[in-house]
Design a protein around this ligand. Structure first.
Ligand SMILES: NC(=O)c1ccc[n+]([C@@H]2O[C@H](COP(=O)([O-])OP(=O)(O)OC[C@H]3O[C@@H](n4cnc5c(N)ncnc54)[C@H](O)[C@@H]3O)[C@@H](O)[C@H]2O)c1
Ligand SMILES: O=P(O)(O)OC[C@H](O)CO
Length: 337
């Protein structure tokens, strides 16, 4: 099967997924709002700031003009940071109406919108033409761009309320190193994907402070418990949190130097300020904004999320990390389940 696919967002993940789709035999246009990046991708087939030492397929074409990128596309994949999804989707809507095309919509972003607390598929549903909403599919799971760039084995899930749409995404992405399952639980997959970044900030901080594996395993396990509680309050399927988007992604993000969230936490643990960490990363650290959104959302819904609350206090209220850890540890004893 070969298609014309437009990938929107040429950071680490967008550019590597675009390259994978190209390798799978599709005609891929990669859109970035940064003309310098487009020039580098087309002339040198590199994207040095985001993927050091990777050479992209010569048939992958980058565009800074959205209309050019979307022309003829039967599938559109959004991979911009969550904070940019609404504005990019609004622009996409205008172009699609002009082109009179009706592509399938996929996204691979992991976050929750500030203020509205919307998941990415909800933002897209509000912004794209109404007839495309049903096709929205989320691609998520334990997947660092750096590993996919090496064609290392990666398993993810494609979640949609439309089974045919999820199946289509599975077929588009599957290859010898990239295996895709389908899932109908969009809510659970998106909540798990967004909130695991908060926990990775935490395990990174534990690492920076010199804590060991026990502490990180504890944080990931109890972190997933509170993520599942929030998911349940929205009607998510509890099984989703035991799957690729849940436990899988919390392991990969919460233990790896490839994770920007983990690395950011590590630097915080070593004593850098949040602003210093953001300034030096030069790439999106989704967990920072998601911590605020999840903290407010949990309060609004009356869901108990002590770890998220502690990380919120560290990031947004200047609480000392060691005090936050000690306060969590000294909470009243309770039953695990
Ligand atoms: N990097 C990974 O391994 C990975 C894996 C799975 C999911 N994700 C998710 O994918 C999303 C994108 O992450 P990434 O790693 O590619 O980020 P990145 O920081 O590497 O790149 C982000 C890209 O978005 C562009 N961008 C930023 N603001 C924009 C705006 N307002 N309008 C248009 N474009 C804008 C940047 O120019 C850049 O090209 C995030 O939600 C992330 O959680 C990343
Ligand atoms: O680098 P991070 O922390 O944004 O994590 C990347 C992916 O979400 C891992 O699955």
């Amino acid at each position: 099967m070969s298609e014309k696919i437009a990938v929107l967002g040429a950071g680490s993940w967008g550019s590597i997924l675009a390259n994978l789709l190209d390798e799978n035999g599709n005609e891929v246009s990669l859109w970035s709002y940064n003309p310098k990046q487009v020039k580098e991708l087309n002339e040198k087939h590199t994207n040095t700031h985001y993927m050091k030492d990777f050479t992209y397929s010569e048939t992958l074409i980058a565009y800074s003009d959205l209309k050019q990128a979307l022309t003829g596309a039967t599938t559109v994949l959004f991979v911009v940071p969550t904070k940019a999804v609404r504005s990019v989707a609004g622009d996409v809507k205008k172009v699609l109406e002009e082109l009179q095309t009706k592509p399938q919509i996929i996204h691979a972003s992991k976050g929750i919108e500030q203020g509205t607390y919307k998941r990415v598929s909800e933002i897209l549903a509000e912004e794209i033409p109404a007839e495309l909403r049903k096709s929205i599919t989320v691609l998520s799971g334990p997947s660092h761009a750096e590993d996919v760039a090496k064609r290392d084995i990666t398993l993810v899930t494609a979640a949609s309320t439309d089974a045919d749409a999820a199946k289509h995404v599975q077929q588009l992405f599957m290859n010898r190193y990239f295996r895709v399952y389908t899932n109908s639980d969009v809510i659970g997959v998106e909540i798990a994907a967004a909130l695991k970044n908060i926990i990775a900030l935490g395990t990174g901080a534990l690492n920076g402070l010199g804590y060991g594996d026990n502490a990180k395993a504890a944080l990931m396990t109890r972190g997933l418990a509170e993520i599942s509680r929030l998911g349940a309050s929205f009607g998510a399927n509890p099984q989703t949190f035991t799957g690729l988007a849940g436990v899988g992604d919390i392991i990969v993000t919460g233990t790896s130097e490839n994770s920007r969230n983990y690395r950011a936490g590590d630097e915080l643990g070593k004593g850098q300020s949040l602003q210093e960490v953001i300034d030096t990363m030069g790439m999106v650290i989704e967990g920072v904004a998601t911590t605020k959104a999840a903290y407010e959302l949990a309060k609004q819904r009356g869901v108990e999320m002590p770890i998220t609350g502690a990380i919120y206090q560290v990031l947004y209220e200047g609480k000392d990390i060691r005090t936050a850890i000690s306060d969590l540890m000294m909470r009243e004893g309770r039953s695990e389940f």
